[in-house]
Design a protein around this ligand. Structure first.
Ligand code: HEC
Length: 124
């Protein structure tokens, strides 16, 4: 793991901590079922800012002071990238328009991560 993927919002929890990446359910993230559930959740909740191609170019991204993350980037395709995405979904990103999604279950959050990781390898 390199410092370039360390998450400023949750560094203490996931940044350089190998234990956080060990708890990433990688088999689930790789499953087609999780990906398709995650895609549905993404369309419902995230497209507005992150865009229908998950490239950070949603209609609401215009004028935001922080650009929504672009998931076409290969950095998300690793246990560390997945852990970082999961914590951002659960807790939001402090000081940014990215909200926390505590209304979603932990399972739904991993399904979303499955979709985001798949976007970085297969596209939307
Ligand atoms: C209101 C707009 C908005 C919505 C809706 C939104 N996001 Fe974001 N998201 C952002 C912005 C802006 C950032 C960039 C945060 C930063 O780097 O400061 C971001 C960043 C992220 C990141 C990367 C965090 C990191 O550590 O770099 C993930 C993962 C993410 N969003 C997932 C989601 C998911 C999944 C949803 C839907 C459940 C969602 N977002 C909905 C605005 C939004």
């Amino acid at each position: 793991m390199t410092t370039s993927i360390a998450c400023s919002a949750c560094l203490a929890k996931c940044g350089e901590d190998a234990r956080a990446t060990e708890s990433v359910p990688w088999d689930r993230i790789r499953s087609a079922e999780a990906r398709s559930r995650g895609k549905a959740l993404f369309v419902q909740n995230c497209v507005l800012c992150h865009g229908e191609h998950a490239d950070g170019r949603g209609v609401r991204s215009i004028g935001l002071d922080r650009k929504p993350a672009d998931f076409s980037n290969a950095q998300w395709n690793s246990p560390a990238g997945a852990a970082r995405a999961y914590h951002a979904i659960r807790e939001g990103v402090a000081g940014s328009p990215m909200p926390s999604w505590s209304s979603l279950s932990e399972a739904e959050s991993w399904d979303l991560v499955a979709y985001l990781v798949s976007v970085s390898t297969q596209g939307p």
